[in-house]
Design a binder for this molecule. Structure first.
Ligand code: MF3
Ligand code: CO
Length: 259
């Protein structure tokens, strides 16, 4: 899990660094596929089945009001002021690493900047509760509380998840809920915590492509995700990129504070 997660994080980091205004999302997806080959790993998204549908892209790329599971297409060209969620999910030596970050394209408004910051913070609030003998609802509640106290809305149609040999394992980890409820965590469980946050409405609708989820309020939507191991004192965040000694160094780089 550590190896697959480090690769997933390093691929995410490299791909995010390459995103520029004027690129289309098909190019970004193909670059993501190339970086995966450089790392000698396979996309866990491409070929993913949901009912009769098969996911066609290496990565999930969701622009502005696209919440999750966007597909790379030639006619979606990024422009200054957009945001894009880059979700990288790979398989290495039989194990899954899954992580996502929403990044600005050029200059974004201060309100959208706040959305990104609050969503990323809410992920870390949740991670703080992913401890041995705590319950799933403790994580869910921490995420929801942080998001709602900032005036934003958590999406209820999609959830975080257990992870390991398969992308989606038990338990489901909603971004809303009550403390003290739900399944109990145990040291060593591998989970993905992934808040998806809209500015106004928590509701989504499906795009015509059958995969892309759209915010019904039509406003920008953010998504951050880490893969981590539950532990006694502090969860062990596995998805930190090459160039960082440990997850704490990566978090202080991202958030500008020691967490
Ligand atoms: N991080 C996403 C998730 O946990 C990856 C989805 S892959 C897809 O759902 F193929 F379903 F898009
Ligand atoms: Co996930």
């Amino acid at each position: 899990m550590r190896k697959a997660s480090r690769s997933a994080a390093s691929i995410l980091d490299r791909l995010c660094a390459a995103v520029k205004p004027g690129m289309n999302t098909l190019e970004i997806d193909e670059l993501g596929g190339d970086i995966m080959s450089d790392f000698g790993v396979k996309s866990a998204c491409k070929g993913y089945r949901s009912g009769h549908r098969i996911f066609p892209s290496y990565t999930c790329l969701s622009v502005n009001d696209e919440v999750v599971h966007g597909i790379g297409v030639k006619n979606r060209v990024l422009k200054d002021g957009d945001i894009i969620s880059v979700d990288i999910c790979i398989r290495e030596d039989g194990m899954i690493g899954d992580n996502c970050r929403t990044i600005p394209v050029g200059n974004i408004s201060s309100e959208v900047e706040r959305l990104l910051r609050v969503t990323e913070e809410s992920m870390y609030e949740g991670i703080k509760k992913a401890l041995h003998k705590n319950r799933v609802g403790d994580v869910s509640h921490a995420v929801q509380r942080h998001v709602e106290s900032a005036g934003f809305a958590v999406i209820t149609n999609f959830v975080g998840h257990g992870v390991g040999h398969s992308l989606h394992e038990d338990p489901q980890i909603p971004n809303f809920g009550k403390t003290g409820t739900g399944p109990k965590f145990k040291k060593g469980m591998a989970i993905c915590i992934e808040p998806m946050v809209n500015m106004k409405s928590s509701q989504i609708r499906m795009a015509a492509d059958g995969w892309t989820a759209l915010a019904v309020d039509g406003m920008p939507s953010a998504h951050f995700e880490h893969t981590l191991l539950v532990d006694e004192e502090n969860a062990e965040i596995l998805t930190f990129p090459d160039g960082f000694e440990n997850a704490d160094d990566f978090i202080s780089h991202r958030m500008g504070i020691a967490v």
